[in-house]
Design a protein. Structure first.
Ligand code: ADP
Ligand code: MG
Length: 335
């Protein structure tokens, strides 16, 4: 296709799809090339599906490494499947591109397929179009879960322990350094940047804990805010022990107020926050070892509403930072 005003030949939408997004799918599926993809969910399983939009300048910085962006655009969706305990099956990719940079597209596809292959999540279709402004990425995932095992936000019980996977804070500090809101420190940025740009979706953990946990959520907008969604849906309250929170090791020695903000309110974490009865402690600790993903008990579910954070001496932390809300915030670089 010749773009009006351009002097060079660029690949058409169809060439782009054929070259970069038409890798084979499992034999029992119909992938790209038909009007619909076709795949089967096993009898007795429920289809779990979720979609996430990533916009340049809002969800990722212009110039982000396309290999990492391909990974992340699928990772944030797989993280949603992890949060209900579902096994990934297939995904769709919507791409809006201001221009066709073949190197960029091929790197993006590499990052996307590498993670898709790791999780057996076949790319079965999508849509590709020119965007007037910035890169737009829209990924939809499909997974399956036994209906009785699906973790719901509304299922927390009074007296449950609250657990969080992995560590907290790194993605937020990297993001704020890249946005110029915190002074850039090369070493710290190098240590935290992967958490922001290449998050690990906790799929295996989510599937394993589903039989033991009550409620779960993936932390995308900040621990307190996302835990707040569980509390609201379950009509309960929570107490968090600040000293128990698993802070990313690179943040040791960093400004404590910034660390507090990063771990309580920092987004883009993609760790799981879940609630489970105290009787499940041994099982959850065993699963953490078997999946090689740390699980930390950070507080408990109580009666009432809202979240209380207690500092190391037991005092209630006043003025706790809230998480990120796209419609309340100004500025376009914040994730
Ligand atoms: P339609 O006009 O039926 O929407 P398209 O011409 O948009 O079909 O796409 C042709 C085929 O390529 C479809 O099967 C579609 O799912 C697939 N496809 C388009 N874009 C992508 C993409 N970014 N990744 C994977 N498959 C894609
Ligand atoms: Mg189309």
């Amino acid at each position: 296709m010749i773009v009006p005003g351009a002097t060079t030949l660029v690949p058409s939408e169809f060439e782009l799809i054929t070259r970069f997004f038409s890798r084979p799918v499992p034999g029992d599926m119909v992938g790209a090339g038909d009007d619909c993809a076709l795949f089967t969910v096993k009898p007795g399983m429920q289809l779990a599906t979720s979609t996430d939009l990533l916009l340049e300048g809002r969800h990722f910085f212009s110039g982000t490494d396309p290999l990492r962006l391909g990974h992340k655009s699928l990772a944030v969706n797989l993280s949603d499947l992890a949060a209900v305990g579902a096994k990934p099956i297939a995904c769709l990719l919507g791409l809006g591109l201001p221009s066709i940079d073949e190197h960029w597209v091929s790197q993006f596809a590499e990052g996307f397929y590498a993670l898709a292959d790791e999780h057996g999540c076949a790319l079965v279709g999508g849509d590709t179009t020119r965007s007037e402004q910035g890169i737009t990425l829209s990924v939809t995932v499909f997974g399956e879960v036994l209906p009785e095992l699906a973790m719901r936000r509304s299922a927390a019980m009074c007296g449950d322990d609250i657990w969080v996977s992995g560590t907290l804070g790194a993605a937020d500090i990297a993001c704020r350094m890249l946005a110029g809101e915190l002074p850039a420190e090369a070493k710290l940025l190098a240590q935290t940047r992967l958490a922001l740009e290449r998050p690990t979706p906790r799929v295996a953990l989510g599937r394993r804990v589903a039989a033991h946990a009550h409620a779960a959520i993936d932390v995308s907008d900040g621990l307190l805010q996302d835990l707040g969604h569980i509390l609201q849906a379950s009509s309960l309250a929570a107490e968090i022990d600040e000293a128990a929170l698993p802070v990313h090791e690179a943040l040791r020695g960093y400004d404590p107020l910034q660390v507090r903000r990063a771990i309580l309110a920092g987004g883009d974490v993609y760790e799981l926050c879940l609630t489970a009865a105290p009787a499940q402690r041994d099982s959850l600790e065993r699963i953490a070892i078997e999946t090689a993903v740390p699980l930390t008990r950070i507080g408990r579910i109580t009666a009432g509403s809202g979240v209380i954070v207690r500092d190391a001496s037991g005092r209630i932390v006043s003025d706790i930072p809230r998480g990120f809300d796209h419609f309340r915030s100004s500025g376009d670089a914040r994730l």
